[in-house]
Design a protein around this ligand. Structure first.
Ligand code: PLP
Length: 415
């Protein structure tokens, strides 16, 4: 059944059927990809096995903010791979300290903890917040509570599933009892105050813009209010900037839109320019000092190759002024795309180059993504009626105009 369905729509990539079929036969069925089979990437572009070129408007869920296979990042990775890839944290290495310093100084924090995937950064933040809750705030043993927002997404571990209110993510993965996670509505200051007034709350974790939920941008003033309430109730403010950070939302960190500084921030994705999984937790001293030898770690976290890749990735963001470009191109995108509102598109929203369309017809997002791919642009639905548009931040105005022409053409074909 499933294979037949895929075959029917597999014409986007000529000759792609056998590749898709092999994934279906041998891989876990945990994704529902668009039926294109890609084999090459460079800058803004991806190519499929038939040689068809696409604009990438997903950027690997924001892992390639610097563009595909950025030569400076590739060079850093290859040259370091030939010298020393990993030592484990059983020993010091010559790159870790300077990379931690770079992370702290770039983003304005006291201490850095390097991990690998984004969800590991989130798990680490939960551990830090709980321990801080017991050892600094004075929460009674095993009573620490962490507050999350509805429709949050921060990965796929058991803790991430336990803090989700989306049955697709948590169904039949329980039990989750005893974790003491609380879920409150997003962008709701009253609900937040009520939750944080509980003396056992150690941390509040939230995305400055909810990515997987469909690029949900909270009201202006929300970040400021979150900061005020976290300070008032002595709760760690933890910003998950794994998708919004590193320029994606038009600032280096999205919370800079309100000049707000959290106590902890998690970063991943384009920290490596998409070359390898690298994440980091950045925190103020008071929070990070609860980690002592033996309490936390990771075999690959902070390895020399990851360090060189982080250094190169962040220097590309700075040298190529990607934060400024994200803000400027995002404005141009939203201005022109807003003219589509009224037809099949009911809303265009976002900040910087983190944007989305809400499509009127029920399952229109998938159909539009298929049409976009046929016209040479790759994007992915986040829900049945929402498409996220997150191109690499290197996009220039001429490319953006060409992409908007493609999007308008595809939207018109949908009608
Ligand atoms: C906001 C946010 N946090 C955390 C994660 C998890 O990152 P990873 O898939 O690297 O574990 C994601 C992934 O999309 C995310 O969007």
């Amino acid at each position: 059944m499933l294979r037949t369905a895929i075959r029917k729509i597999s014409s986007i990539t000529k000759g792609g059927e056998s590749y898709i079929e092999k994934e279906l036969n041998y891989g876990a069925n945990n994704y529902h990809p668009l039926p294109v089979v890609l084999c090459k990437g460079e800058g803004m572009y991806l190519w499929d096995i038939s040689g068809k070129r696409y604009y990438d408007f997903l950027a690997a869920y924001s892992a390639v903010n610097q563009g595909h296979c950025h030569p400076k990042i590739v060079e850093a990775m290859i040259s370091q791979a030939k010298i020393l890839s990993i030592t484990s944290r059983a020993f010091h290495n010559n790159l870790l300290g300077e990379t931690e310093e770079l992370l702290c100084k770039t983003f304005g924090f006291d201490k850095a903890l390097m991990m690998n995937s984004g969800v590991e950064a989130g798990e680490s933040a939960v551990k830090i917040a709980r321990r801080w809750g017991y050892e600094v705030k004075g929460i009674p043993a095993n009573q620490a509570r962490i507050v999350f927002c509805s429709n949050n997404f921060w990965g796929r571990t058991i803790a991430a599933c336990a803090s989700s209110d989306d049955p697709e993510r948590y169904k039949n993965f329980g039990p989750f009892a005893g974790l003491n996670f609380q879920i409150i509505p997003y962008d709701n200051v009253d609900a937040l105050e009520q939750a944080l007034s509980n003396k056992n709350v150690a941390g509040f974790i939230f995305e400055p813009i909810q990515g997987e939920a469909g690029v949900v941008v909270p009201s202006t003033g929300y970040y400021t209010k979150v900061r005020e309430l976290c300070t008032k109730y002595n709760v760690l403010m933890i910003a998950d900037e794994i998708q919004t950070g590193i320029g994606r939302a038009g600032k280096l960190l999205c919370l800079e839109w309100e000049n707000v500084k959290p106590d902890i921030v998690t970063l991943a994705k384009s920290l490596s320019g998409g070359l390898m999984p690298i994440s980091a937790v950045l925190a103020k001293n008071e929070a990070m000092q609860v980690l002592i030898p033996g309490s936390h770690g990771s075999t690959f976290g902070g390895n020399p190759m990851a360090c060189r890749v982080v250094q190169a990735s962040l220097s590309v963001v700075k040298d190529e002024k990607l934060v400024e470009n994200s803000e400027k191109m995002g404005q141009i995108f939203r201005n022109r795309m807003s003219t589509l509102i009224g037809g099949q598109v009911s809303e265009v929203r976002g900040k910087g180059l983190m944007n989305a369309f809400v499509i009127k017809s029920g399952k229109g997002a998938w159909d539009l993504c298929v049409k976009l791919a046929q016209n040479g642009l790759l994007a992915k639905p986040t829900h049945e009626n929402i498409i996220r548009f997150t191109p690499p931040l290197i996009i220039n105005e001429a490319q953006l105009n060409e992409c908007m022409d493609i999007i308008i053409k595809a939207v018109n074909e949908l009608q």
